[in-house]
Design a protein around this ligand. Structure first.
Ligand SMILES: NC(=O)c1ccc[n+]([C@@H]2O[C@H](COP(=O)([O-])OP(=O)(O)OC[C@H]3O[C@@H](n4cnc5c(N)ncnc54)[C@H](OP(=O)(O)O)[C@@H]3O)[C@@H](O)[C@H]2O)c1
Length: 255
């Protein structure tokens, strides 16, 4: 929390809360912004409307970075209830609280709102998710859009170093960012008070080529080899809008 004095010398506490505060992106945000209030699932379960409201009643946040989500893409296919309650109803609870307190909300949506048939998607292209994770995150967008000051960022992130999965489809394209780059973009957009939907990314990568550059022993497979969930083929994003707002040359480069 930090304070500002208004023209009358009145002290206003400015609190930013971050839902999903123990997740991967939250950890990276915390490195540059430790002053925010990072709330773990235990501290604010976003599926529990009363809890969300009581946190907002207590904190009166001026900004909420809503990261809490069920990000297990294959798991969302087998547990629809959990995916829907976390990713969609969780957004409804956050949105209603943000409306009540006139809170600026930032929501991290996904390129999986698209079906991956076309690639280089623009913000106004019609979404058409092919898996339940993408569908529930899209429903979350519709909830967040009720908040007068909302920013919806669609993109995808990878760890700054290394690669975990030994088998990677060679027929997937995405506009990948590292967590640190994504975090840099997010803070720049917040600083500029951006609202609406913004696609983020850098170059369009082939996922297998990218993985191979990080771990030499990765084996190439096909999307159709993955039976647990349907993954879109080309979910790369058109980032013309982002480039009109930010100078991406200033962004930390991928290693
Ligand atoms: N990683 C990507 O490529 C990517 C791409 C597009 C969008 N996003 C979005 O960006 C956000 C952050 O992603 P991430 O990579 O940091 O994911 P992550 O590491 O899985 O973080 C998500 C966090 O949400 C928490 N959570 C789950 N259910 C919750 C609930 N009911 N109430 C409160 N918290 C809950 C999880 O807590 P537990 O640790 O207790 O489970 C976890 O800490 C997510 O909204 C994700 O959908 C990510």
């Amino acid at each position: 929390m930090f304070s500002i004095l208004d023209t009358y010398g009145v002290n206003h506490h400015m609190t930013t809360i971050v839902s999903g505060g123990s997740g991967n992106l939250a950890k990276v945000l915390k490195e540059s912004h430790p002053e925010y209030l990072y709330l773990s699932r235990k501290e604010m379960d976003v599926t529990d409307r009363e809890t969300v409201m009581s946190v907002f009643d207590r904190e009166h946040p001026t900004m909420c970075i809503h990261l809490a989500a069920n990000t297990d893409v294959a798991g969302c296919e087998t547990n629809h209830d959990l995916a829907y309650s976390t990713n969609s109803i969780g957004c409804r609870n956050i949105a209603d609280a943000c409306i009540k307190y006139d809170t600026y909300v930032i929501y991290t949506s996904t390129d999986y709102v698209f079906d991956g048939e076309k690639g280089l998607y623009k913000e106004e292209d019609p979404p058409s998710p092919i898996n339940y994770y993408g569908l529930t995150k899209l429903l979350g967008e519709f909830e967040i859009r009720h908040v007068p000051r909302h920013l919806i960022i669609r993109g995808t992130m990878k760890q700054d170093t290394g690669w975990r999965h030994p088998r990677v489809p060679d027929d997937i394209f995405q506009s990948l960012l590292h967590y640190s780059q994504y975090s840099w973009i997010l803070f720049q957009l917040i600083k500029l008070n951006q609202t609406g939907i913004i696609h983020v990314g850098y170059d369009r990568y082939n996922l297998y080529e990218y993985a191979k550059s990080r771990r030499q022993d990765v084996e190439a497979i096909k999307r159709s080899d993955i039976k647990s969930v349907r993954l879109p083929g080309d979910c790369s994003l058109d980032i013309t809008k982002l480039k009109s707002i930010l100078n991406l040359e200033l962004m930390p480069k991928p290693q």
